[in-house]
Design a protein around this ligand. Sequence first.
Ligand code: UGA
Length: 472
Amino acid sequence: MKISVIGAGYVGLTTAACLAQIGHDVFCGESDVPKLANLQNGVMPLFEPHLEDVIKSVRKGDRLRFGSTEEAIAWGDAIFICVGTPPLPNGDADLSAIEKVARAIAKQVSGYRLIIEKSTVPVQTGAQLRKHLSVHSTHGLEYDVASNPEFLREGTSVEDFLHPDRIVIGADSPRAADLLREIYEPIVQQKFTCPIHLSCPKREQPIFLATDTSSAELIKHASNSFLAMKISFINMVANLCEVVGADVTKVSQGMGLDPRIGPAFLNPGIGFGGFCFPKDVQAFIRIAEKSGCDFSLLKEVEKINQHRVEHIVEKLRNELWVMRGKKLAVWGLAFKPNTDDVRFAPSLALIKTLVDEGAIVSAYDPEAMEKAKAAFPDINYCSDPYEAAKGADVVLIVTEWDEFRQIDWDRLSTVVERPLIVDCRNMLNPSEAADHGFHYFSVGRPPVLPAQASSVAFAASSPVGGSRQKSF
Ligand code: UGA
């Protein structure tokens, strides 16, 4: 099928590349002129595993082209709208980019188009789109509007697109539902050449769920909000564990063994970030408010999340005593590993607080330093974790990049000023840190002092626990 994708952000680029990969002829439109020129010249605007390879391969086969929004609108029988819906100051999603695309389609197109909302939008955006398409249509546009929410995670978006658990479509006409089914058939049947098959285990066929447009729109916001709620829940459990000396890893393991709960998204840490959860929770609260529903549960989810950075800093203050002049190594800037995205990353709020309090920050991230420089041009950016840790009073692990798991403890202990680690992602083994002479603090787990290494090892295997240091 001839398909247009409007917007070349994470969602648009992944959608365009993967739809081309499964056999469609795709035209991706981008209104940012320098970004478009880069894409046409093969320069990626973002780091996302596998995406560049897929784009290169489908462009070689001439199944993916990049051009202006107008060219893209003219191309496809189906048009996926993948433009940004950033938050407004009041928490509402800013839908102006979507409205602009709708208006352009209405003014430009004659004949039938299937118009698909892929961007995350509030419920009933489909109804608004229909209204605006009719109001502005000047050349006899015929259309269906459908919703097809995306469940792509940054860092694994190609895999998520090609091997999803479910494909949700919201369509109010049989024609729209049939077209969407046709578009996704190769994925539903899992019959296409998988470009990442080596790193990708064989998967089950996904569930294809067809609903009305409003339900599909709600599925997206409700899913993200529910996942965010799981994270805030386990973060509060972690706080409790810190006070009573329990281990949150064991608590989440025990909870997750119940299939009604499941183990995913029960990892406590420095809070959820990125361009999805924080804005989607806010937008869902606003949608509920406007509909007369008081979704105060989500307000708590947001409040708990907003306090995460302060929770870490509070404990850091206790340990360092005076923050001013202290050297802090920050390992990880991206909001999660395998991406260079720092939008709403907890690292930014953390660094801002530390710098405001007079600390000297040296940061290292394998991919996200360029993007972080826009927010903090004046902190030290380092070429590896050890350079960042040189002379540091504390090493803070903020993003759980695999690279930090392979830490060379001996090398680290020779460069730091003080052997102190605050692991905001619970990624390291406490006993191992202690064995190498480090004071090690994590989230919701008892802190470990070097001398306590053996008692912690004992405590981990003892049902009654051992003596552990309770304060941070
Ligand atoms: C999220 C959803 O997982 C996707 O399904 C959805 O499509 C996407 O938003 C979107 O709306 O576009 P993403 O933001 O890429 O994907 O990342 P996640 O893996 O969901 O992580 C979000 C944040 O939660 C990260 O900061 C991560 O560190 C944090 N997190 C995640 C935790 O703190 N604990 C966990 O157990 C899991």
